[in-house]
Design a protein. Structure first.
Lengths: 95, 476
């Protein structure tokens, strides 16, 4: 499967990335190569194989439910571009 | 044409854990902004999520209570989307292998039992909160809620009316509170719901195009929004149009649903297993332990109340609506020799009214279960009448003392000795010769007048049955 410029547009939209118009063809070709590799993998017969959720053959360790974290808001917000009354400020977003 | 609605609900119940699902930050409601958002919740580089044991146990308990299968192995996935209240750019959720799936719950709607399938319930983290007012054209982000554990409960599209959807939502609400896995506080957003709604010609088997309703944060809104949406879809189809698959917001003020902007781009969350989290294993020993620890569930309790206390379905429904209320009732019955039905009447009637007036929960009642039991005993033994009991109840509620103390101090003990009552009757009869004549002329309904006068003369303390008997004898 090869990707056309519509696919690239959609991926850019989903990933919030912008690709300059003169690079679209190149990116498209490279991504198509990756997809081709995946297609090759998909050709393998996996009917009898259980999907692998994680490469480590172990189970998730569970944590005791207690509040252990001290939050230093000032420190954590030090690298935020804008803060007001303890809130992070971001460009207006409304549904 | 006749249409039927097809409705499925996605309920988000916030789990009542101390700490977040993947971090050790606290989950207390109402903390100052961003004081409960630790580095994991903020999505700082290099942090790793570690799953909260209690969240897993709560999800399993929910699954057991709803006849679900418990997955021996479940996995967490990343649901990718961009929004400022989601610092990592993905929400950790479950997709392919949820922790529980394939169960059901029986719901009572319009006196009929309806079985609603539960497709799945999965664990996920909540996002933060965006505040849009008052920041010079910016939005303010509070990430305290980010990482709070949620159980998303997905139903089968088994409901056919807004009323059924409301009944299902209430039933699950009661259940999660019984299980103690969520406080179900809707004002604080601990229990919320989205509804998938479609219509089809009655009798059709194919599903129509559905819309998803968001922002349904009360039982009333769920029913209202679904009703409005069903009507809207019928109008569209009747006028020759087609329903568009979309997400719609319910606007309670305007009483309408409207399409959300900006979501036209078909949702593509690009789920994939979260490499930061290993598969979760739940062995049969844990399942057995949690099954053994389940409390008596609402349906079981309701049936037991009807059988054990000889209550109507109506009474049993109300009394088992919450565990604290059911416990109070049983406590009261245990402390009293009165009929359980009398206890039910008082708990549902006078007690509930008093709690309501004072805006108190049952746990904060100013009349304890044992005290109410004592009051019922005094009614049942004839020490006081039911009417006087209301006065005593008021006094106990107002902190004036115990039941017996108030009865004695105020001299409320019912007058049951015939001599005293006869004396009162004689007085009343002597004072009302005209009515006596009426009675003797056959207008026996004036008996009520006499009873009233005697009761008044006794300040409500005379035994009404005896007053009746003695009056009849004297007048006859």
């Amino acid at each position: 499967m090869s990707l056309d410029s519509t696919d690239i547009d959609k991926l850019c939209e989903l990933a919030r990335l912008a690709i300059p118009a003169d690079e679209v063809a190149d990116v498209s070709a490279k991504l198509s190569d990756i997809v081709a590799l995946v297609d090759q993998l998909k050709a393998a017969d996996t009917a009898e194989v259980e999907p692998m959720a994680h490469p480590l053959d172990r189970s998730q360790r569970l944590r005791v439910d207690s509040a252990t974290e001290d939050v230093d808001r000032e420190l954590y917000q030090d690298n935020a571009p804008a803060v007001e009354r303890g809130l992070y400020l971001v460009p207006k977003v409304i549904d | 044409m006749q249409y039927e609605a097809v409705i499925g609900l996605e309920i988000h119940a916030q789990l009542a854990t101390e700490s977040k699902i993947f971090s050790g930050a606290a989950t207390r409601y109402g903390a100052p902004p961003n004081t409960q958002a630790c580095l994991v919740d903020l999505g700082y580089p290099g942090v790793l999520p570690v799953l909260n044991r209690e969240a897993v146990r709560m999800a399993v308990r929910f699954g057991l209570a709803t006849h679900c299968r418990i997955a021996e192995r479940s996995i967490f996935a990343r649901k990718n989307y961009f929004y400022p209240d989601l610092p990592k750019g993905y929400q950790i959720s479950q997709y392919e292998l949820p922790i529980v799936h394939g169960g059901y719950i029986d719901v009572i709607c319009a006196d009929r039992v309806k079985r609603i399938g539960i497709t799945r319930a999965h664990l996920e983290e909540d996002a933060g909160k965006s505040l849009h007012e008052d920041f010079q054209g910016m939005s303010g982000i509070d990430l305290n809620r980010a990482g709070t554990p949620l159980l998303e409960i997905v139903s089968e599209p088994d409901m056919r009316s807004a009323a059924e959807a409301g009944a299902y939502m209430r039933t699950i609400h009661t259940l999660v509170r019984y299980l103690g896995i969520s406080d179900g506080n809707m004002q604080e957003g601990s229990y919320r719901c989205d509804a998938n709604v479609s219509i089809r010609p009655r009798g059709a088997t194919e599903l129509g195009t559905r819309t998803e309703l968001k922002n349904l944060n009360s039982f009333r809104f769920v029913e209202k929004a679904i009703e409005i949406e069903i009507e809207r879809q019928i109008d569209i189809v009747e006028s020759g149009g087609t329903v568009v698959q979309e997400t719609r917001l319910f606007d309670a003020e305007r009483g309408e649903t409207r399409a959300m902007r900006g979501k036209e781009e078909a949702e593509d969350y690009r789920y994939f297993p979260d490499p930061d989290l290993l598969p979760v294993s739940i062995d049969s020993a844990l399942v057995d332990e949690l099954r053994a620890g389940l409390p008596e569930l609402p349906v079981e309790k309701r049936e037991r109340f009807m059988a054990q206390y000889d209550l109507s379905a109506y009474d049993a429904d109300i009394l088992t609506a919450s565990r604290p209320l059911a416990d109070y009732y049983e406590d009261c019955v245990r402390h009293s020799r009165a009929r359980p039905k009398l206890a039910a009447n008082w708990v549902i009637g006078d007690l509930a009214a008093a709690l309501n007036r004072a805006d108190l929960e049952i746990g904060e009642s100013r009349v304890g279960a044992a005290e109410l039991g004592a009051l019922l005993d005094r009614i049942e033994s004839g020490t006081i009448s039911g009417k006087i009991a209301k006065e005593v109840f008021e006094a106990v509620w107002n902190g004036e003392g115990g039941v017996d103390e108030i009865i004695e101090r105020r001299g409320l003990r019912q007058i049951s000795d015939s001599a005293s009552i006869e004396a009162l009757v004689d007085e009343v009869v002597a004072a009302n010769p005209a009515q006596v004549q009426q009675y003797r002329d056959g207008r026996t309904q004036v008996l009520g007048f006499f009873v009233g006068q005697v009761m008044k003369a006794s300040k409500g303390r005379a035994n009404p049955r005896q007053v009746n008997e003695i009056l009849r004898a004297k007048l006859g």
